[in-house]
Design a protein around this ligand. Structure first.
Ligand code: SF4
Length: 391
């Protein structure tokens, strides 16, 4: 699943893989803009959305080469602002352009305020089989501070609607370390998430980018984020709770029931290949990485005119690919197979990083056993500091 096992480094430095592709479809529209968000998104414009979906189907069709695809992910933005017919048109285009596996994982990100039982049922009928619901918190005060357009009760109702429609693969997104959030309040939200028994959950520590409106508002209103030691406790409490509830933490910020890891996201972490469609979408394939035009209307115009939509495109060096493979692979609880990654990129990893890894093992941040390097949970907590050694 997603791991190109027969890869080899070619003479020209390219790295070939035989894993199935993932397709990412970006939907840049939102009903309201959250004060912490720096994704590529804007307010919903129905006319632009119609033109955008047509552009997406054209981009997909002209990129298609019949290659095997085993995951499709609608991300955003708020993909649940698409009408079911629009989702179906995009999926049809994927089916015409690629060899979509019968057991393809097809995820759509959804916000609670754009969820209804009939909408979810129709999405499942159109081919969506996994829903990722953005709840972020189960505390109305925290949701209001974040600028979210839904309450905790709406999140619960949305989850019930998704389950009621028969979706057996649901992920919940939550954020920890919110402005003015106490350790107890954070634990209460995690408890509420566990009580819903999703199949998968993503629990990210909120990082406010320098000019985030929420950062300024929080400073004005005195909503400070808890001190670092409390932030660490929030993270450790959260994953201790999901452990106790029977979830497996398979990545720094992600837990799953058995068999419910995100196949699509594993491609990013396991050095796989994917194509991104839509404005600002990134793609990585055959050692080449490119990024589409970010601005929605410019992207639509470019597709309509048959022009290139990639604004940057470059071949990665083997060193860059190795750095990415280590940086992303070590995010996973399974870590990396030192011999396999070393062979894939023609580098003796022990010779290059062995003393750093030894230092991290002594500090309790990594383990080095059975030919694999892994982060411990303490290492995951400070992952940026540890992983920066490998890039
Ligand atoms: S709904 Fe999601 S993508 Fe849209 S502004 Fe809020 S956080 Fe960003």
């Amino acid at each position: 699943m997603g791991v190109p096992r027969n890869e080899r480094v070619r003479r020209d430095g390219d790295v070939e893989g035989d894993g199935a592709l993932g397709l990412y479809v970006h939907v840049p529209f939102c009903a309201a803009i959250c004060g912490y968000c720096n994704f590529n998104r804007g307010l919903l414009d129905e006319d632009l959305k119609r033109a955008y979906v047509t552009a997406l189907t054209r981009e997909i069709e002209r990129s298609g080469d019949g290659r095997r695809v085993d995951s499709i992910f609608f991300g955003g933005g708020t993909p649940s602002l698409l009408a079911v017919e629009e989702v179906a048109r995009v999926l049809d285009a994927c089916g015409r352009a690629f060899d979509v596996a019968p057991d393809v994982e097809t995820t759509l990100e959804m916000n609670p305020e754009s969820c209804s039982p009939s909408y979810v049922s129709a999405l499942l009928g159109a081919g969506i089989n996994r829903i990722s619901l953005g709840v972020q918190s189960f505390d109305d005060g925290e949701l209001a501070r974040l600028g979210r357009a839904h309450s905790a009760e709406q999140a619960r109702e949305a989850f019930a609607a998704i389950r009621g429609a028969g979706c057996g693969n649901v992920s919940l997104d939550m954020m920890l370390w919110l402005p003015a959030q106490s350790r107890a309040a954070c634990a209460a939200s995690v408890e509420a998430l566990v009580a819903l028994a999703p199949d998968h959950a993503s629990l990210y520590m909120l990082e406010l980018y320098p000019n985030a409106p929420l950062r300024e508002e929080a400073a004005r209103r005195g909503w400070s984020q808890a001190p670092d030691e409390d932030a660490a406790a929030m993270y450790l409490d959260a994953f201790a709770r999901t452990d106790a509830a029977g979830y497996e933490q398979y990545e720094i910020s992600n837990v799953a029931r058995p068999g419910r890891r995100s196949r699509h996201n594993l491609k990013y972490w396991r050095d796989g290949e994917w194509l991104g469609f839509g404005c600002g979408a990134h793609s990585t394939r055959g050692g080449v990485r490119w990024k589409n035009l970010s601005e929605t209307a410019r992207y639509v115009d470019a597709v309509e005119q048959g022009a290139r939509v990639a604004e940057t495109r470059r071949r990665l060096s083997v060193e860059e690919r190795l750095g990415d493979a280590l940086f992303t692979g070590l995010r996973l609880a399974e870590g990396i197979d030192v011999a396999v990654v070393g062979r894939r990129y023609g580098v003796d990893l022990e010779a290059r990083y062995g003393s750093d890894v030894g230092r991290f093992v002594d500090a309790g941040w990594m383990t080095d056993a059975g030919g694999r390097w892994r982060l411990t949970r303490a290492g995951m907590l400070i992952s940026n500091a540890v992983l920066s050694t490998f890039v």
